[in-house]
Design a protein around this ligand. Structure first.
Ligand SMILES: [Zn+2]
Length: 93
């Protein structure tokens, strides 16, 4: 595991992989393999709120507004599914 500045404890739970030399969230990569390129303005939500559960059936495309609502509804304080949240890179080849 390689640390870069501003390591964020919460963000450590995201798994990041390198695809064609580009860093990408594993969940995003999995979603895109099934559905094609993710629209920029949309976010991928983990349905069961488990950031490590990157099974396609646990991933759901939502817009920011819906995403905020989902998290408020579940009263989850954790930040997840945020594309700018990660600070730790896991190299998985
Ligand atoms: Zn979410």
């Amino acid at each position: 595991m390689e640390k870069i500045k501003g390591t964020n404890q919460r963000a450590k739970e995201y798994k990041i992989i390198i695809v064609n030399g580009k860093k990408i969230y594993e969940y995003q990569h999995i979603w895109e393999k099934h559905h094609g390129k993710k629209p920029k303005e949309m976010m991928i939500h983990h349905i069961n709120y488990n950031k490590k559960d990157n099974r396609i059936e646990n991933l759901m495309l939502v817009n920011r507004k819906e995403h905020g609502k989902l998290h408020r509804k579940e009263n989850k304080k954790i930040i997840h599914c945020r594309e700018d949240a990660y600070k730790v890179i896991l190299l998985t080849g």
